[in-house]
Design a protein around this ligand. Structure first.
Ligand SMILES: Nc1ncnc2c1ncn2[C@@H]1O[C@H](COP(=O)(O)OP(=O)(O)OP(=O)(O)O)[C@@H](O)[C@H]1O
Ligand SMILES: C=C(C)CCOP(=O)(O)O
Length: 290
């Protein structure tokens, strides 16, 4: 079967758990943002983009993973990791099944491609992925839906693999036109926006090939970008997202956008980058001078 991809049509898009859920309340959805999730995907499909979609776990996963210390590795006696693995997976699969059933009911062909069965890490480094499955599904016009998940680890037994890490490997292997992170804030701010009402949105983070920030002001502010999250999160929050976005943009030369899910019109537009810059909504990370 011919699976040659026109990478110019491929978007890899991660919907954050903070956007889809209320992260502070166990297994609680954000219903209006789930409606928007469906609308955004519908429009992108209509716009003839090929899509790989990922979603975070939000309050369907982080709470269980934290309680059973899944990121500390397998320890049945001390952490009850055996119980924790089952509970965490049950939680995140609940969210995944719900999103897919909503998509399917809108006649969007989307299937679950859980990382748990096919990805492996060694001491938290990815050593096996399912990108070949993703390519085959794309050639069949089926949208693969991945999610942050429990991952078996050949050294420590088990860990959590975030959607922010999955998207890195996917971009490395499939080199899409663009990677998009959708979350509950407008983009990356110079200061944590929840505790700094006057924080400034950074529209463009210019990087060199090593992932170093080139714009002077943004470089100076780098240390202040993030703070410890208030919400329940085991995968590093915004800090991990910025790190992942920097890797994707610099090492794999894929222009990357971090944006709030309320900006539908921008996410769906063909002229995405220009709109983000001119309307000052969202943050673009790129090695090019845009
Ligand atoms: N400098 C910053 N710029 C933007 N957001 C920030 C910054 N520092 C901290 N944050 C916080 O990061 C949060 C989003 O990160 P988080 O990891 O929770 O998102 P997510 O990817 O949507 O969730 P999940 O990890 O469950 O998939 C925002 O709610 C925001 O308050
Ligand atoms: C906590 C679990 C199960 C996955 C976390 O994935 P993320 O929300 O994408 O960071």
């Amino acid at each position: 079967m011919n699976t040659d991809l026109d990478n110019n049509e491929l978007l890899v898009i991660k919907f954050g758990g903070a956007y889809l859920c209320d992260k502070s309340k166990y297994q609680t959805l954000n219903d209006s943002n789930i409606d928007s999730f469906i609308e955004i995907i519908k429009h992108l499909v209509k716009g003839r983009f090929k899509l790989i979609v990922l979603h975070g776990a939000g309050s369907f996963g982080h709470h269980d993973a934290k309680k059973y210390k899944i990121t500390s590795g397998f320890n049945k006696g001390e952490y009850q990791s055996d119980v924790g693995i089952c509970k965490t997976r049950q939680s995140v699969l609940k969210l995944n099944a719900l999103l897919i059933s909503r998509l399917n009911s809108e006649c969007i062909n989307a299937v679950s491609v859980s990382p748990f069965d096919s990805w492996l890490t060694q001491d938290n480094k990815v050593i096996q992925d399912n990108c070949r499955h993703l390519e085959l599904l794309l050639s069949m016009d089926i949208i693969p839906i991945l999610h942050g998940d429990v991952c078996l680890d050949t050294k420590i037994g088990c860990t959590i693999i975030s959607g922010d890490i999955l998207i890195q490997t996917i971009c490395e292997k499939l080199r899409p036109k663009r990677a998009i992170f959708i979350t509950d804030v407008n983009g990356v701010y110079n200061l944590p926006p929840s505790s700094h009402p006057n924080a400034k949105l950074l529209s463009f983070i210019h990087l060199n090939e090593n992932g170093d920030i080139l714009n002077e002001q943004e470089q100076q502010q780098q240390q202040q970008f993030v703070h410890k999250q208030d919400s329940c999160d085991v995968t590093g929050g915004m800090e991990a997202k910025i790190k992942s976005a920097k890797t994707i943009a610099s090492l794999y030369s894929v222009d990357t956008l971090i944006i709030g899910g309320t900006h539908h019109e921008i996410i769906q537009s063909q002229n995405l980058i220009q709109n983000v810059l001119s309307l000052e909504r969202g943050t673009i990370l790129s090695t090019k001078q845009l």
